[in-house]
Write a protein that binds this ligand. Structure first.
Ligand code: CDP
Ligand code: MG
Length: 764
């Protein structure tokens, strides 16, 4: 076995070639038989529809059905779990065994840290226990935060089912731009960002009696900030209970942060996992993961369990799914004469990543009919926050997409980086929930020791903090540098954020919140966007700006399927407003609205209906906030130059100056950046000399994405303390912009030649 090391390897074929050994042979025979058995189909459909909900239950129905291989799934079986099933499932969870002790500890202490393996019932059970024990007095409620939106929603759904109530009533959830709670809500799941925003409205969080900070080990930015805020809050709200739950990683840190809070461990129940490292470094982790998954599939019985592949993000996940389909089709065509992937009926592939709509994400919980194997391809969302039952094999590509921030150039990038050892262990652990498992790592054992950090660097140390700093300032935290961070962010990042907020007019010269800053903080969007929105209201185009801001808050609206790229690009270019990608988005929305928000119209024009739909919802939410802040909603009609100017007001900090074909220099740092190939600006004969951009992306090179052409005088108007305009004289015969001669304003030789104005950073 050339590609794998480790104690026992099920692979006997050296180069990944899938030769037919005895096991595979029998599997393929079974497969052929299944293919013939078309009567299964009608039942399948009924089953899938009926059980989508029921499968949210952790009853391992998958397993149950698989074991009873001879019994067909009954089409009349709706899959809805009975009360009894639910109660049994709840009682079988490790958390249940120590329920009364947990409650006692929480009663006795203001802060408790609860540690437990993934799947032990922390997220779904703790809130219910607190509710049952009546720990909240005076009609207060229980809040439970999640770092991820998907988890907040799916867990709320699950708990509502367990408590036998309608979602949104006694049990609800709240995520940015979507509130599914009511006055009856007793248990509320929410993202950590939502709790932070609630703290803005009500500093002492009066309505909560208990707050569970779930998945604290993930150390998301907002979770860290909440923990810091609780340091102050605990003294002011003696009656509030704080429960911090964490996977087994590094939990003592939380306990010592809160002066030695009790650590409560839920005894684990895990099965042994065999870890198999790659023998050689792999050059293409997508390819290797696909081959590994296929090897597993071909060499093991379907009834042994499902496969979970960890990938970095949406793109890789889709590439993995595509490659997997393609390779499987090749193999099956040789063996079984299958010509299309759709004809393969013993595998179902489930991609899962956060940009995927919630209803589709929920499909991963669905129970498959017998004789079918699930291959889930997930981001690290499946590491701890989602538990998919029935996984026996894990394939770990060894990387994840990590947000990294460079405060010097203001570059916030999502970069594919090696995971930490803690991540790797979590990933492997997913194979051992229901029985002994196998974890295949697409990296060598040496790499695991040499290249991997023990822990992932907390988000607060690798992200832009402008939003957070604005929020803390609004919460009255004057000295940000002294805020009790559990791990402090780099000083340079904090200073860069303070500087940016100052630039935007949110902070005055002394670092105090201005009226503008206070208004900006009311919007759950980036400071640059809230600034542009506020400026647009006083310039008569907030109607347009609120659309642009909403469109910028959703995943890409343009759809570009790999097999119809040219056609999609043509469709996109029809929406282009040549001087601005922002206005292009405004144009798309406007046309969609004129076409009565039609889904059909979207698919005809290669637009993602769901993204637009979401933009429409966000738009409504933002307008509500605007109304509550008495910010006018006014339209500039067809006059769009003023919209560009307002965009400039929020983004003059992110400006660039042309330096060559498609190339720009970042105004402040001089760094070379490239116009993103999808930009509408390519439609303008000459590229504009000055632009502002929404984001700086780092892929193979630095790209500026979502760009608008601006007048340098606007940049001066909004960024006057940073920029200055010089008139310049182009040196004859030496046209390179780098050799320009600066002349003072009174030497007016270049008058009437606006191209020869040069905007630069002061004192540079
Ligand atoms: O939080 P922790 O990882 O400790 O466990 P949990 O999320 O409370 O999960 C406990 C059980 O509930 C597991 O068996 C999950 O499979 C199940 N569950 C589910 O079926 N559907 C969900 N949306 C969430 C959990
Ligand atoms: Mg959990």
């Amino acid at each position: 076995d050339a590609s794998q090391s480790g104690a026992v390897s099920p692979f006997k074929n050296p180069d990944g070639e899938l030769s037919m050994n005895a096991k595979k042979g029998s599997r393929l025979v079974a497969l052929r038989r299944l293919q013939k058995d078309k009567t299964n189909r009608a039942k399948e459909t009924a089953d899938i529809v009926g059980t989508a909900l029921g499968n949210l239950l952790g009853l391992k129905e998958n397993e149950k059905n698989r074991q009873s291989a001879s019994t067909h799934v009954d089409a009349t079986d709706t899959g809805m779990p009975s009360r009894g099933d639910i109660d049994r499932a709840r009682k079988a969870l490790p958390a249940y065994q120590i329920k009364s002790q947990i409650i006692q500890t929480i009663r006795d202490h203001q802060v408790t840290v609860v540690i437990g393996e993934t799947g032990s019932g922390k997220t779904t059970q703790l809130a219910q226990y607190l509710n049952e024990a009546g720990l909240c007095k005076d009609n207060r409620i229980i809040g439970c935060t999640q770092p991820r939106r998907v988890a907040a929603m799916s867990v709320a759904k699950r708990v509502a089912l367990e408590m036998d109530v309608k979602l949104g009533q006694e049990v609800g959830y709240s995520i940015r731009f979507e509130d599914c709670t009511s006055s009856k809500t007793r248990v509320k799941f929410m993202t950590d960002g939502i709790l932070l925003r609630e703290a803005l409205m009500d500093e002492t969080l009066e309505k909560y009696g208990c707050i569970i900070i779930d998945e604290a080990h993930e150390r998301s930015l907002n979770t860290d900030v909440i923990l810091g805020l609780f340091k102050r809050l605990l003294a002011r709200r003696r009656d509030i209970k704080l429960i911090i739950t964490s996977a087994t990683i590094n939990a003592t840190k939380f306990s010592s942060f809160f002066g030695g809070a009790p650590l409560f461990t839920i005894p684990g129940r895990t099965f042994p996992i065999e870890i198999v490292y790659s023998k050689h470094p792999v050059s293409d982790y997508v390819e290797s993961s696909v081959m590994q998954a296929i090897r597993i599939h071909m060499s093991t019985g379907i009834d042994t369990g499902d496969i979970l592949i960890f990938m970095t993000g949406q793109e890789d996940i889709e590439a993995t799914a595509d490659t997997l389909r393609q390779k499987l089709t090749e193999i099956y065509s040789k063996r079984l004469g299958v010509s299309r992937y759709e004809e393969i009926d013993d595998i179902e592939i489930f991609p899962i990543y956060s940009a995927l709509p919630a209803d589709i994400q929920n499909h991963i919980f669905k129970r498959l009919e017998q004789g079918k194997r699930k291959i889930v391809i997930a981001t690290n969302i499946a590491e701890t926050s989602l538990t998919i039952d029935g996984i026996k094999y894990v394939v770990d590509c060894g990387y994840s997409k990590l947000k990294l921030y460079n405060p010097k150039i203001g570059l916030d990038s999502l970069t594919i980086t090696p995971i930490s050892k803690a991540n790797a262990d979590q990933r492997s652990g997913r194979a051992g929930r229901t029985g002994p498992g196998m974890a295949y790592r697409m990296y060598t054992e040496e790499a695991a020791y040499d290249d991997m950090y023990n822990q992932t660097i907390p988000e607060i140390q690798r992200t832009n903090l402008s939003n957070t700093v604005l929020l803390l300032k609004s919460l009255g935290v004057d000295d940000i540098l002294r805020f009790p961070f559990i791990d402090p962010p780099p000083l340079q990042t904090l200073l860069a954020s303070l500087y940016e907020l100052h630039f935007l007019g949110a902070l005055d010269n002394w670092g105090n919140l201005t009226r503008m800053g206070s208004k900006m903080s009311k919007f759950p969007i980036r400071p640059s966007l809230s600034k542009a929105l506020l400026i647009s209201a006083t310039n008569g185009c907030s109607e347009e700006m609120v659309t642009i801001v909403s469109m910028l808050s959703v995943p890409m609206v343009f759809y570009r399927p790999s097999e119809r790229q040219k056609e999609a690009d043509r469709a996109r270019s029809r929406f282009f407003v040549p001087e601005s990608d922002h206005l292009t988005l405004l144009n798309v929305y406007g046309q969609w609205r004129s076409n009565r928000y039609s889904a059909k119209w979207c698919s005809r024009h290669f637009l993602q209906y769901r993204s637009l739909q979401r933009a429409r919802e966000i738009r409504e939410q933002l307008i509500k906030i605007m109304q509550s802040q008495e910010i006018e909603l006014v339209s500039s009609g067809t006059e769009w130059d003023i919209v560009r100017k307002c965009i400039c007001s929020g983004f003059s900090y992110q400006a660039a100056k042309i330096s060559g074909l498609g190339k720009y220099n970042h105004l402040q740092t001089g760094m070379e950046v490239q116009l993103h190939p999808t930009s509408a600006l390519y439609g303008m004969g000459d590229l504009p000399p000055y632009v502002v951009y929404h984001e700086l992306l780092m892929t193979t090179r630095e790209y500026i994405n979502c760009v608008t052409s601006v007048d340098p005088f606007w940049l001066m108007e909004f960024g006057g303390f940073l920029y200055e305009i010089k008139r310049i004289k182009d040196m004859e015969g030496n046209g390179g912009r780098g050799f320009m001669d600066t002349v003072s304003d009174d030497q007016d030789e270049t008058e009437n030649q606006p191209d020869e104005l040069d905007l630069r950073v002061k004192n540079c």
